[in-house]
Design a protein around this ligand. Structure first.
Ligand code: PGA
Length: 263
């Protein structure tokens, strides 16, 4: 059986000291749970302090993004090699915000292209992460316009095929995929649990087509997009939803602890 996974994506919130205080607080509330993998994804700068704080608590560290080269003249970027040195176990890739596909646009339209990573950069990042033994949390999901146009499945299949092209089945065994409908991120609008389950089952079928049945059975598929303590239980009870990628609600110790307990 797949172990449930709950990951908190802190985005550009919390200083290192605030992050350390938050993990200390929710770690006390959930104690060590061997039946759920708990991951927190602080900003790069906070990783060492948060990692040292959770060292003996069974909480794993994820990064929010990575560059696709190991080293070189790439000002401002962070490599998978550098993340591996910091004991980072997971890394989010292809989040709709780094793809420039915002659910709620608070950013001037003219600056959106600067966030816009493409299917190709997502593919390159996954290759580097796997090389360094870091598990990618690959995010896929449709915008509201794509959902209304009836192209949801097609968009998701296209994102998966592009992101995973060139990887063989053995590399994909431990992969984590997060279904994150863009219109549900940070909006308070959650995807209905039955529809989230339908998409997660569809994602598993695409993985089976790209790799094989064994990989498809092992890959963990999360739902993300306005996950809260009061909707987590229903979402996580679905057979193809193996946990959640949680943004806003992961910034509150009691709320995040409740979500972990739902898994
Ligand atoms: P949210 O964000 O839980 O605040 O909607 C989820 C995410 O962006 O991963």
């Amino acid at each position: 059986m797949r172990t449930k996974l709950v990951a908190g994506n802190w985005k550009m919130n919390l200083t290192a000291a605030q992050g350390a205080a938050l993990v200390e607080s929710f770690a006390k509330q959930v104690a060590v749970r061997y039946d759920v993998d708990v991951v927190v994804c602080p900003s790069f700068l906070s990783i060492p302090k948060v990692r040292d704080t959770v060292r003996h608590q069974g909480i794993l560290i994820g990064a929010q993004d990575v560059f696709w080269k190991d080293e070189g003249a790439f000002t401002g970027q962070v490599s998978a090699k550098q993340l591996a040195e910091q004991s980072v176990a997971f890394c989010i890739v292809g989040h709709s915000e780094t793809r420039g596909r915002f659910g709620k646009l608070e950013t001037p339209e003219s600056t959106v292209p600067f966030f816009a990573e493409t299917d190709e950069t997502v593919n390159l990042k996954i290759e580097r992460l796997l090389f360094h033994g870091i598990t990618p949390i690959l995010c896929v999901g449709e915008t509201l316009a794509e959902r209304e146009a009836g192209t949801t499945d097609q968009i998701i299949e296209g994102q998966l095929r592009a992101a995973l092209a060139g990887r063989d089945a053995s590399e994909l065994y431990g992969l984590v995929i997060a279904y994150e409908p863009v219109w549900a991120i940070g909006t308070g609008q959650t995807c209905a649990a039955d529809e989230a389950e339908r998409i997660c089952r569809f994602i598993r079928s695409v993985v089976e087509a790209l790799a094989d049945n064994e990989v498809a059975i092992h890959v963990r598929i999360l739902y993300g997009g306005s996950v809260k303590a009061d909707n987590a239980k229903e979402l996580f009870s679905k057979p193809n939803i193996d946990g959640g990628l949680v943004g806003g609600a992961s910034l509150d110790a009691a709320g995040f602890a409740a979500i972990i307990m739902s898994a």
